[in-house]
Design a protein around this ligand. Structure first.
Ligand code: SF4
Length: 443
């Protein structure tokens, strides 16, 4: 036994804020820290260093990030800041001149370097102690799979391309090796994420790479096909309705990947979408959705929308409500427009929508969406659905159907006489429906 083995493992407290994409960054940093012998602790007090992974997407998220840094400074004082807000270090340095370091998004290496200086590792990297899939913040039975960084689009309300740069895709074989490791480690559901999943591989000119003795293009359809070979649930997030998305519908209909698409439509009115500079503009969107459903009738569409975008008229808003019905948007989130600093939408010269009007529209949107959802949920009563279990209670387990992504969609409450474990996939007879949740019996 050497001297270094006798030293206690340095402790790191980690705060992860923001979207699932930021969570994947956190997981990567944590995986590495664990690999190097660090111990993760839940409290700032007593930790050798605190890392705050920030989110800078909306002003409210920035405030939350600044608050988290403030708490870490008060309770500990040795703080490293990373993530989206780290791309604008002045704001942080001004408020907290004593933070140890500020690094930008995707700067894993520099975060690790700073940690090494603040709290040197207890012993040499001992990679074999770490399970190959790494230490994850998400429950063991599902995992986020990040396929690319950055974005080539320039939506006028968004500053992500400024913060994260243009699209950089990971070659397909690299993504598949990570996915395989996760599945071998017990993951039953993979959630594919990126800023624009359907644009995957454009930057690499769909370059081929080898996985399982075959050459695959770094392309959305190849990725969906390859993931479909793993035998687990595969859920696609942040897809745009580009024509080539049609190609994945047969895979969904055959059960290779989940019949679920998360498409951030943001609006339905052509003039608002134009002002938003959205990719894959919508004139043919409704027809495209109808065609998808003709191939895959069980398709669930989740989306996010913004109400109160500058220039949005009552007629534009009515169009959006009608779209919810016609497109059967089963799951939807709605944000009231926030003029994010640095976004080009602020300079379009369009009349702002008064805050009260935007708030009322938000409420009307949610009411309408709830009606759409309830109608579709009720149609599931009496059917048998496959449900993946997230949590077991004494007689009722909490899970999700294929139509529900974790954390953002509804739940299925499953009465059961036998104990179920997280990650079990069971057949459930649905007995009752609410707007977002379902209730049923296993077996
Ligand atoms: S697609 Fe638009 S909203 Fe999404 S990250 Fe890119 S620029 Fe931002």
């Amino acid at each position: 036994m050497t001297d270094t083995d006798l030293r206690p493992a340095p402790k790191v407290s980690f705060v992860s804020l923001g979207c699932p994409k930021a969570l994947v960054d956190s997981e990567r940093i944590i995986t590495r820290l664990r690999a190097e012998g660090y111990e993760l602790t839940r409290s700032h007090a007593g930790a050798d260093v605190v890392i705050v992974n920030t989110c800078g997407f909306l002003d409210s998220a920035k405030q939350e990030s600044l608050d988290a840094i403030g708490t870490a400074m008060n309770e500990n004082g040795k703080v490293i800041v990373t993530g989206c807000m780290g791309a604008e270090p002045e704001q942080i340095a001004e408020r907290f001149p004593n933070v140890l370091a500020i690094t930008g998004p995707q700067a894993y290496e520099s975060v690790l370097e700073k940690v090494h200086v603040a709290a040197p590792p207890a012993h040499d990297p001992f990679l074999d102690l770490v399970p190959p899939q790494g230490i994850k913040l998400t429950p063991r039975h599902y995992a986020y799979l990040k396929i690319s960084e950055g974005c080539n689009n320039r939506c006028s309300f968004c500053i992500i391309p400024k913060l994260r740069g243009d699209l950089v895709s990971r070659p397909l074989a690299e993504v598949m090796r990570e996915a395989e490791k996760l599945v071998n480690a017990g993951v039953k559901e993979l959630l594919v994420i990126s800023q624009d999943t359907s644009a995957y591989g454009i930057d690499l000119k769909y370059q081929e790479s080898r996985w399982r003795d075959r050459d695959w293009r770094t392309k959305f359809i190849d990725l969906a096909t390859a993931l479909g070979e793993l035998g687990v649930w595969v859920r696609m997030h942040y897809v745009y309705p580009y024509p080539h998305v049609d190609e994945v519908m047969p895979l969904m209909a055959e059960g290779k990947i989940l019949p679920y698409l998360d498409i951030p439509f943001q609006h339905a009115s052509a003039s608002v979408l134009k002002a938003m500079r959205r990719p894959a503009s919508q004139d043919k969107t409704l027809q495209r959705i109808r065609d998808w459903r003709a191939v895959c009738p069980d398709l669930t569409i989740r989306s996010t929308f913004i109400t109160g975008f500058p220039g949005e008229t009552e007629a534009d808003f009515e169009e959006l409500l009608a779209f919810l019905d016609e497109a059967r948007i089963e799951r939807a989130g709605c944000f009231t427009y926030e003029p994010v600093k640095g976004a080009t939408a602020n300079d379009l010269g369009l009349p702002p929508v008064p805050a009260e009007v935007a708030a009322i529209r938000h409420k009307r949107f949610m009411e309408r969406q709830q009606q759409v959802s309830l109608r579709l949920q009720r149609a599931k009563v009496g059917k048998r659905l496959q449900v993946i279990i997230d949590e077991m209670g004494t007689t009722v387990a909490k899970g999700r159907s294929k139509a529900d992504a974790p954390e953002i969609d509804g739940k299925v409450y499953v009465s059961t006489r036998r104990p179920l474990r997280p990650g079990d996939i069971v057949s459930v007879k649905i007995e009752r429906a609410e707007a977002y949740d379902l209730h049923g019996v296993a077996g």
